[in-house]
Design a protein around this ligand. Structure first.
Ligand code: SAH
Length: 389
């Protein structure tokens, strides 16, 4: 039974129930091995069924709001099948996509990324972790993957009382080559960041290149390039590209991706982005198009202030480097930093840089990472496309 605050949150579309909002268990606390629980408000109205996380502050995660629903293996298999059907309708032009996006697909705590015939799996909640072996079998039946890896080293598993681990579950190698937006990209599901690639940026790579082409961008700088997502698309749009990252391993893959796709001239630079932007600013370098896609600076709400200063600094420097009439694509994947806040920071930076900025488009994560209304945590990626005068 949950208190009014918990019930209101659930009714508003939020899937999480904190322990502090639970008034009690009726008729008695569920046995240790029970994965789900029925949820009721104070008046006894049924709110649905949730997965339990006995060790976490988030004690319950809603699976269904249907009264009296049976949550069994068939229920979860149906959810997996729905998730696949949704991607088949919405994802075009990519063999790599997020097949299951946790709460976005009504499967809280479960993330499955598909890279062609390879899957990277994360079970991040207590109940999903308990079902992992079944889920692996169900995924095999659904998409017949050749390779399955688990990337269960995420720190959130500790809050669930789960161990951190990563490895191959099925298959012989974790390295794959997949077609994304017409490019062939190498991804390592075990060795790469996230589960191999930043699939959430896939549509933004294409959009950025479209704008770069429209604005006649000849010289581009991709800052925080990882394995060259934006850089390769900008090169294909006709720009001479320099791309920067602090990770040598990422740049080695990026370089191979460049060669594989016919862009051997991309200049891959291993550097700290903050230092590089400062140097370029001092040297008076100019680019027609500049992409900023930093890692999440704000990992928590408490870190927001320091993070905002970081975003301000790179955006200020970037704005100075963009040639008049050029393009700035600036991203943030911290869900603690709202789009409105990012735009404020950008406006602040524009004032300091004495540049006039027109927002051409405000974008987010690719559609296979659904944003759930009423669940703000599910909207995390912001991508602002702007013309700089
Ligand atoms: N733009 C990429 C994703 C970038 S993720 C894409 O679309 O696929 C963020 C990247 O920033 C990571 O590759 C990480 O190695 C890099 N990074 C983190 N801190 C950095 C720093 N201070 N300077 C340069 N790169 C950094």
């Amino acid at each position: 039974m949950v208190n009014d605050r918990g019930a209101e949150r659930v009714r508003g579309g939020h899937p999480w129930i904190y322990g502090t909002d639970i008034l009690g268990w009726e008729p008695e606390p569920p046995a240790a091995a029970v994965l789900t629980a029925g949820v009721r408000d104070r008046r006894g109205h049924e709110l649905g069924t949730a997965d339990r996380s006995p060790q976490s502050k988030i004690q319950l995660r809603m699976l269904t709001r249907e009264a009296g629903a049976t949550v069994d293996r068939a229920f979860l298999q149906a959810r997996l099948a729905e998730a696949l059907a949704y991607r088949q309708k919405l994802v075009h032009d990519s063999e790599a996509y997020r097949l299951v996006s946790s709460e976005g697909d009504g499967l809280p705590g479960l993330i499955v990324d598909r890279y062609g015939d390879a899957l990277a799996l994360q079970t991040l909640s207590w109940a999903m972790a308990a079902r992992q072996a079944e889920i692996v079998e169900d995924l095999k039946a659904l998409v017949a993957p050749r390779t399955i890896v688990e990337r269960n080293e995420a720190r959130v598993r500790l809050q669930e009382g789960l161990e951190q681990r990563a490895g191959l579950i099925e298959g012989a190698t974790s390295t794959v080559e997949v077609q994304v937006n017409g490019l062939r990209l190498e991804m390592d599901l075990l060795g790469g960041q996230k589960t191999g690639g930043f699939l959430d940026q896939r549509e933004n790579w294409k959009a950025a290149a479209g704008y770069a082409q429209a604005l006649g961008c000849r010289k581009a700088l991709d800052v925080f390039t990882y394995q060259g997502g934006f850089a390769l698309h900008l090169a294909r749009a006709g720009a001479a590209v320099q791309a920067v990252d602090s990770s040598r391993t990422a740049l080695e893959v990026a370089e191979r991706n460049g060669e594989r796709n016919g862009f051997p001239a991309i200049d891959w630079v291993e550097a700290n982005a903050f230092d590089l932007l400062r140097d370029y600013d001092q040297r008076g370098e100019r680019f027609d198009c500049l992409v900023l896609d930093p890692p999440a600076f704000a990992k928590s709400r408490a870190a927001l202030k320091t993070a905002a200063a970081g975003y301000k600094e790179i955006n200020l420097r970037a704005l100075k480097l963009v040639a008049p009439g050029g393009l700035l694509v600036t991203c943030s994947c911290s869900h603690h930093l709202s789009e409105a806040h990012l735009l404020e920071i950008l406006a602040d930076a524009a004032r300091d840089a004495r540049r006039e900025v027109r927002v051409l488009e405000r974008r987010g994560q690719a559609a296979d990472h659904p944003v759930v209304l009423g669940f703000p945590e599910s909207a995390y990626l912001k991508c602002i496309v702007a013309a700089v005068q």
